[in-house]
Structure formats: C-alpha cells, structure tokens
Design a protein around this ligand. Structure first.
Ligand code: AMP
Ligand code: MG
Length: 481
C-alpha cells in the first residue's frame, strides 16, 4: 500500500500538502448581490453606517414623553398629573412639541417630541388618555434611544471577510443597503468514477455498490458554503474520463473526482486521464485514511481539481482536510477551519507509523471515544462520528487516558438555504448557462457547446463562447438554488 500506488515521490506531510493547495487557489471575483441573495456568502467590502443608527431620538418603551423634572416629586401616594397633548405612534413623521406640565403618549420606536427629555414607561403611570398620573420620578434620558446610540455615521458595521448570516444580513439592511459585494458561492461539481457504481435506490447486481461519495461530497461542499452538483458513475474508461470532465469545466469553480486513483494499471482511470494533461500532481500524503491524493488545475481557466480516493471514509477525510480549506480560500472566508480540541481517549487506538491517522470518534465533553470499524471503507462508523481523532505520525498506538488532538466535524447546514428557493433563477450566473434545476436535480449536465468543449482542456486555445457569453447580469449567485 505504499509505493505500489503509483503516486509520485515520497510521503508529503499533511500541512505541506495543504499549503501547496492554498498557494494555487485565487479567491473568486466579487459580485454585487441583493440582500435576499447574499445569505451564506462572504462579504467582499466593508459595510458602513451611511447615517447614524438610530437616525433620530426615539422612545425605547411605550409610555409618555415628558420633561424629567416635572416628575421629580412623583410617587405612588402623590402622583404627578400631566396634560397629554399628543399621541405619537412608531412611523409618525409629524413634528411634535411638549411644554412643561404636558406629555405626549408615545409608542416604542416613535420619534421623541421636541422639548421632551425622558419617557415614563406606561407601567409607572395610570395609562391615562387626556391626563396621565405618573407614579415614579424619571431621570433625563430614561427610556430614550438617542440618535447614534447604536452606531455613529460612518462607523464600520461589517468588515470584508465576514459571512452573511442572518445577523449580518440584518445589519446590512439596517444600514440601508439594498445590495452588497460578496464573493459568490463556489460552484462545485463532484464526479464519481467506477464501473461498480449504481444509483442508490436501484437494484444491485452482485459486484456493484451504490454510489455514496458523490452525494456525500456534494453535501459536504454545500456545508462549506458552496453550490454543488454531482455527476455519478463515470465509467472506468480513460477515453471517457476527460470528456466527462470537460463537460463540467465551464460551469464549475472547483471539481472533485472520487475513485480511480488508488490502483495501478488500466483501472487507474482518473490518474491516467489527468496525467496526460500535466497539470495535476499525484502525491502520497503522510496520512491515513486518504494517502493517495491528486490536486491541480485543468482547462484554460485553471479550474482547481481534487482527485480524491474512492473509499468513502478516505474521500470524506480528504475533503475536510484539503477541499474545505480550498473552498474557504475561494470564498475569501476565514470561518471554515474545523475547530480543534483536546480530549482524553476512552480506549486505546492503533495507527500506522510514519503517517498521521484521522480516526473516527465521538467527542463528548473532554472525552473522545474511538469508534469500531476504522477501515477506509467502513461508512457505518463514519455515520456515527462527530470528530476525527488525530494520531501523530510517530505514534503507532496510544493508550486509553491519553490526551489527543481532535478535529470537530462540521454540523452546520450552510448550504441548505436554497432548498426552499428552487424557483430562483441562476441563469446568467457570471454569464454562463446554468439553470437552477441543474443544481437541484442532483445531476451535472453539460453546460457548454460541443465546440467550446473540444478545446477546453488544451492550454492556449481560446474558448470564445465561454468568454463572449459574459454579458448578462449575475442573479442569484449566492443562493443554493
Ligand atoms: P478506487 O479508488 O476506485 O480504487 O476505489 C476504492 C474503493 O472505493 C473501492 O472499494 C470502490 O468500490 C469504492 N468506491 C469508489 N467510488 C465510490 C463511490 N462513489 N461510492 C462508494 N464507494 C466507492
Ligand atoms: Mg474505481
């Protein structure tokens, strides 16, 4: 299982491989999207307060706007009586004024009348309409929300690099922004290769398996903020492999293949096909699972491509260690690193020497329990895991009770926003043909013409169609449709 893989050179440490990948990734160019489409995207500009927030002094409670000094001697036993001269509701844009001895009935969010310096909440009064009895004294400023009390005009409210989650969307809306500049969600196409693969739900002939990787990786990509679609069951046929990739090039910001890299000879279809291009490097990474890795770029636009191993656990771990950081870099995002923790092993573990193991485990507080079934093909344990236990390269076993590093697996569902928004068109996405259904139907269909495809993988040749089509307005670029 070492040199026989046909991957080139000696073992490369995990961090070194990660750095090499990140060095080759350029963030996607920013686009302007309306707030409704910004959900889940990463801000590519600072959002500042165009005006102070709030922009006018207003009441923080339902009550009565008063001169505070009129209430100084108020008590339950000797309430102060004030004349109510107006009633001001939120949204009332009229101008009001009170004079000493009078009050305005006022609602939360309504603009303060001139002359008032405090609000007495309704609970401290008799709630009167023409006249009000105030039972307690208030200080100037009581229950008043002053202009600029939330943010000053010109203040930076959101910084570039922050992800537009519900809170940030609220901030941008409160600052009056209709649209914001963001990096769009990367479009990921997952291709699973293997003659043995069939669609889940179809009958199995002995010798076949259901394709789990393409579903898993598309979901993992969405969880990392991407749009993803799958092209499953690419046959183990080197002649068919490149065309299958070429078909996806124009509609993808990142490609992932699984399978076809762990064996030598004619079955090594992904490697055989991509090696000819000379732009994808196949390396042996000092880790388990996931040792045979391939990464590079293809096509004129140098679309990053990962060739992940076929075993599902290897593919998953490889995704989290290598593809997820690449997706973060494409988005200019700093929030996708898997949280690291320290925990105590509840049972001993074993690991091959010279490679770092990422064992599936269940993290519970400061304890982590290794799951049984640690084979790269053993998907059942993967389904129970919430963490990866890191066993350092030099260790071949660790005893129960030993403190270890763990990586906490993501549980957020960043990509699910779009499931309720199927109708949103994605056509015209940076000028290229792509329909919403292509991203929801689960299948990756060709998105470019035969002519454009023919030359796509040959550096230096123009793909005129894909360039000239970039005229329409980007819409819906940031929603998982
Ligand atoms: P390969 O890398 O093609 O040699 O595949 C290694 C192992 O992973 C084999 O047992 C394959 O059957 C399995 N495998 C490959 N692709 C998939 C997939 N998409 N879903 C589930 N298992 C797969
Ligand atoms: Mg295979």
């Amino acid at each position: 299982m070492t040199a026989g893989h046909g991957h080139d050179g000696p073992f490369i440490p995990v961090e070194e491989y990660q750095s090499a990948i990140l060095a080759a990734i350029t963030p996607l160019p920013p686009v302007s999207v309306t707030l409704a489409d910004a959900e889940g995207c990463v801000l590519a500009e600072d959002v500042t307060a165009a005006i102070s927030l709030p922009s006018f002094d207003n009441s923080g409670m339902d009550g009565y706007a008063v001169h505070a000094k009129d209430t100084i001697s108020s008590s339950e036993r000797a309430p102060t009586t004030l004349q109510v001269t107006s009633e001001i509701a939120a949204g009332d844009t009229g101008t009001y004024r009170i004079s000493p001895g009078t009050a305005s009935k006022i609602m939360t969010g309504a603009r303060m009348p001139d002359g008032a310096d405090a609000v007495v909440q309704v609970e401290w009064t008799d709630g009167g309409t023409d006249r009000v009895r105030v039972h307690r004294p208030v200080e100037p400023g009581n229950a008043v929300r002053y202009a600029g009390g939330d943010a000053a005009e010109g203040e930076t409210l959101l910084s570039a690099g922050v992800r537009m989650r519900p809170m940030q969307i609220a901030v941008a809306a409160s600052a009056g922004r209709r649209a914001v500049k963001v990096r769009p969600r990367p479009r990921v196409v997952v291709l699973s290769t293997g003659n043995e693969l069939t669609e889940p739900g179809t009958p199995l002939v002995p010798g076949q398996i259901w394709d789990s990787n393409s579903y898993m990786l598309a979901a993992a990509a969405r969880e990392a903020g991407a749009l993803a679609r799958r092209r499953s069951g690419v046959p183990d046929d080197p002649a068919g492999m490149l065309p299958a990739l070429e078909e996806q090039l124009d509609g993808a910001d990142l490609l992932i293949t699984t399978g076809g890299v762990s064996m030598g000879g004619e079955h090594d279809v992904v490697k055989a096909a991509l090696q000819k291009l000379g732009t994808v490097a196949f390396r042996k990474v000092a880790m388990q699972p996931g040792m045979p890795q391939g990464f590079g770029t293809i096509g004129e636009k140098r679309v990053p491509i990962f060739t992940l191993p076929g075993n599902p656990v290897s593919a998953y771990v490889s995704f989290q260690l290598f593809v997820r950081p690449a997706l973060a870099a494409l988005q200019g995002a700093g929030d996708l690193a898997l949280p690291a923790a320290r925990a105590t092993l509840t049972a001993s573990v074993r690991s091959p020497g010279g490679r770092r193991s990422y064992l599936r485990g269940v993290l519970d507080g400061d304890q982590v329990t290794p799951l049984s079934g640690q084979g790269s093909h053993q998907i059942a344990a993967l389904g129970r895991a919430n963490a990866l236990i890191v066993v350092p390269e030099q260790d071949t076993s660790l005893p129960e009770g030993r403190a270890v590093d763990v990586l906490v697996l993501p549980l957020s569902l960043l990509g699910q926003a779009g499931t309720t928004r199927r109708s949103l068109p994605v056509s015209g996405w940076r000028g290229r043909e792509l329909t919403a259904s292509a991203w929801t139907s689960g299948s990756a269909r060709p998105v470019r013409s035969r002519a454009a495809r023919r030359s796509a993988l040959r550096p230096g040749r123009s793909t005129s169609r894909s360039v000239s089509a970039s005229t329409s307005t980007p819409r819906g670029v940031c929603v998982a449709t």
